[in-house]
Write a protein that binds this ligand. Sequence first.
Ligand SMILES: [Zn+2]
Length: 478
Amino acid sequence: MNRRDFLKVGAAVLAGGSIARGSKAADLDIAILDGWVIDPESNTDTWLNVGVRSGEIVVLTKKPIVANKMLFASGCIVCPGFIDILAHGMDIENNRYQAMDGVTTVFELESGAEDVDAWYAERRGKRILNYGASAGHLHARRSVFPDEQDFEHKEATAEQIAQMAAHLERNLKAGAVAVGMAIEYCPGASREEVLEMFRLAAKYGASVHVHLRYGNMQPPGTAMEGLQDVLDYASQTKAALHVVHVPSMGLGNTRKLIEMIAAKQKAKMDITGDAYPYTAFATGISSAVFEEGWQQRFGIDYGDLQWAATGERLTKETFEKYRAQGGTVIAHAIPEDAVKAAMASPSLMVGSDGALTNGVGHPRSAGTFARLMGRYVREQKTVSLKQAVRKVTLMPARRLERRVPAMRQRGRIRIGCKADITVFDPFAIKDNATYQHPDRFSSGVKHLLVNGVAVVEDYRLLDGIFPGQPIRARVEKG
Ligand SMILES: [Zn+2]
């Protein structure tokens, strides 16, 4: 506790006679004091004390309040906990980095879960952060085509498409948050196959979170064609569409993709998208993404590839060796201008696309949200602080809340909402993870509450606390 905080304790205690109504000392579990509250829904942008009881926000006041635990937030922003709508790392290792990056809820919506029931059961009571998953088309396809070559390239028969649909439907009935599709990873998927998955999503009021079929710099197969492809499915079926990691599909064409998405939003189509604030994408080197012609498709060469496990840049020889072996490769292929356009755009949210395994991976896994607030808000002034907060709180909550009512209680600082709260120092917040050292915590997040439980306190991660709750759609019988 610094001197200023110490003085505030005195002020709060001395002011006991004027405690805000409904907040007697013992009533509140936690008070967050003297912070600057930003809430994108109510447009709150002012100094307020926040009181939390039984996991919910129960007091918002300018009057002094006291609680069993007093967290001081002088000079800090107090906002809804960040929601990572494009996470992949869903274990404790990843949760620790995500918490230090200001995240309170993580969703695996692109790849999704293979068995949604089992996925939620495995995590119950064992996660720092809230968690949710989609029904994943890749898993459904793999259940039909266990052989990797077939999985990627074989066209499914009508009967096999029906099997995939049944697989997804089981998971939607089990409360999957959305439908996930990564079409580029299975070039064999026909239009009819993809369309059928969209139909099913529409039937269950689920948004389809899609990695486009193409992301080439030159035709055929530009990202604009990839986007038009899914726009067609969405308008035919009326399914809600969410395009994942727009700049890593669009590359040098990102501004055009954003314009297309913004135009459809203006025309009242239910379409959203996200982006991560980095100029490199990362994926499995053995996947279909790196089939012959990738240099032309992405406008890069061997030297633009970096092996995640060692940080080395690749050559023709090492590329072939690692493609046979398998593992994560980082591709420096996204122009900075594309990243800036995405961070600035009110049409796109921000999600990490990240996962670390034993500390190995892309720095986006640990640094996405601090990088947004530090590099793109404070340093480069690419986007305002309020707009940046909206992109990682209210926007993802609204994307999911039609199918998942639990999301109506998150992504907001409002009385009665779940107390998922991020408190950060806007002058200090900074990502520290790099391509060489992706396993570095972000700095500047002072406190983090998940369902009213502090998991970061005074810039320190508290170990052994697992308040994360499942975020799930209604489970249907039969
Ligand atoms: Zn992807």
